[in-house]
Design a protein around this ligand. Structure first.
Ligand code: NAD
Length: 480
């Protein structure tokens, strides 16, 4: 059985215990045993990052560019192999997994450039003879806590900007999917990151994550995951004066208007709701459909859903891989049962048997729902979408915004008037027109509003808002 150690202060070190990483497409396939850190080992990683910060924070932009650029090239060169590993541990299909790895590589390339573009401002003072200079400096030690659904892209979009701007990092990947982050950290180490600049501590959230969040030696925490965990982390960070950023859940609407191109709408909805097994924070989970197109839309969806192949993530032709684990599978089924109890009609959503033991679930569409039902209010995080029938655009917009979340929102329409209005009035961090609510570029800001996010946006040039702190310097010539 392959063993995977933690990485602390430039050394691979065993954990206090190990945990098995199992392939959700085939429960007999164990990827390896991964070290589980305890609080003491996590503290050692934090101390190493603190020590390394003294030098790394003064490294030149060229040094940081070179490191990140090399990491990006190494990831891209191993895209197929790393994609296979990712599909094996998380369960998204091989093409989706290779796409995610490619994205991680491009993110490192982008932030290599950002290291050169930090810049600053010279501002004329309101006082005679004085000059004002506004610059950005790194924050210090950053604790990164990531979820299981993007095992390499999310660690990449946190690690790359943290390092680009001169911070040092302790990263804790999700307990379920440590292998992709382990490979990423190995690539960063082999590219020549000085000891302590990047540290990997794998293990349980309640142990490792908790130690990161409560340590006074961690200056900032960037978290992506569920609302409940995010709120608990935010409260602790606030109490200890840490800067923090939270990216959490979604209940993303896709509005389909009478004037939509039906094929475009069905394709956007199938992709947005069911690809990556619906396990995307940006997945469409509420289809809000006007009366005139409703019946044709439902027929089109059912026809496309029947043609979707659910199966082994690594097999050719699979459209939808397995659910990530038994707990998530039970959650998906529980929400389908709740939807039925509340009066909804469920199409699909059965467990699927395949040659291997795995967590296979057919995609599910819930009709006859109203906005108040739990299926339309709570995040399921599986291949499950519900449909709400509405009278017209105005009602559709109101229903779309009737949620505590605000990550991504979409509309399918051929009307310029409605698409413009929706872009301005959808209460979401990201708005999509005639394209799925999930699937974004790597060089522009990512994040939501309302209950989905807290703090500055991630990715693109906006990432510097979180990973740097601003200094304003006043300089007088010193002579009267
Ligand atoms: P989770 O909240 O269970 O876990 C996220 C991370 O937090 C894991 O690494 C976990 O070990 C850690 N953690 C758990 N308890 C902790 C604690 N007490 N202290 C510190 N760390 C702790 O989330 P998950 O199930 O891994 O991921 C699914 C969720 O992530 C969904 O809600 C999804 O919407 C969200 N998500 C959001 C985005 C976004 O950008 N908005 C992106 C991807 C996923």
């Amino acid at each position: 059985m392959s063993q995977f150690a933690n990485y602390i202060d430039g050394q691979w070190v065993e954990g206090a215990s190990v945990s098995r990483n199992v392939n959700p497409s085939n429960l007999d396939d164990v990827i390896g045993e991964f070290a589980q850190a305890d609080a003491e080992q996590t503290q050692r990683a934090i101390s190493a990052a603190r020590k390394a910060f003294a030098r790394w924070s003064l490294s030149t932009p060229q040094q940081r560019f070179d490191l990140l650029d090399q990491v990006g090239s190494a990831i891209l060169a191993r895209k197929a192999e790393l994609g296979r590993l990712l599909a094996r541990e998380e369960g998204k299909t091989l093409p989706e997994a290779i796409g995610e790895v490619g994205r991680a590589g491009q993110i490192f390339k982008f932030f290599a450039g950002e290291a050169l573009r930090v810049g600053g401002e010279i501002v004329p003072s309101v006082r005679p003879g004085m000059t004002v200079e506004v610059t950005r400096e790194p924050l210090g030690v950053i604790g990164l806590i990531t979820p299981w659904n993007f095992p390499i892209a999310i660690p990449a979009w946190k690690i790359a900007p943290a390092l680009a701007f001169g911070n040092t990092v302790v990263v804790k990947p999700a307990d379920l999917v440590p292998a992709s982050t382990w490979e990423l950290v190995k690539i960063i180490a082999e590219a020549g990151a000085p000891a302590g600049v990047i540290n990997l501590v794998m293990g349980r959230g309640a142990v490792v994550g908790e130690a990161l969040v409560s340590s006074p030696d961690v200056d900032a925490v960037s978290f992506t995951g569920s609302v409940a965990t995010g709120h608990a982390i935010g409260a602790k960070c606030f109490a200890s004066g840490k800067k923090f950023q939270l990216e959490m859940g979604g209940k993303n609407p896709m509005v389909v208007l009478d004037d939509a191109d039906l094929d475009v709408a069905v394709e956007a909805c199938i992709n947005g709701a069911f690809y990556s097994t619906g396990q995307r924070c940006t997945a469409s989970s509420r289809f809000i459909v006007t009366e005139g197109i409703y019946d044709r839309f439902i027929d089109g969806m059912k026809t496309r859903m029947r043609a979707l192949k659910v199966g082994d993530a690594l097999a050719d032709g699979t459209h939808i891989g397995p659910v990530v684990d038994d707990k998530q599978l039970q959650q998906d089924e529980r929400y389908l049962a709740i939807a039925r109890e509340e009066g909804g009609t469920v199409f699909g959503g059965e467990r699927v048997e395949r040659d291997t033991r795995g967590y296979f679930l057919a995609p599910a569409l819930v009709t006859d729902t109203t906005p108040v039902m739990r299926i339309n209010r709570e995040e399921v995080f599986g291949p499950v979408a519900s449909v709400i029938k509405v009278k017209d655009y105005n009602e559709a917009l109101a229903v779309a915004n009737d949620t505590e979340f605000g990550l991504s929102a979409g509309i399918c329409t051929t009307s310029l008037k409605y698409s413009n209005h929706f872009r301005r009035h959808a209460q979401a961090g990201m708005v999509m027109v005639n394209t799925p609510t999930a699937g974004v570029d790597y060089h522009v800001p990512f994040g939501g509003r309302k209950g989905s996010s807290y703090g500055p946006r991630e990715q693109g040039s906006y990432a510097r808002e979180f990973y740097t702190t601003v200094k304003t310097a006043y300089v007088s010539p010193g002579v009267v």
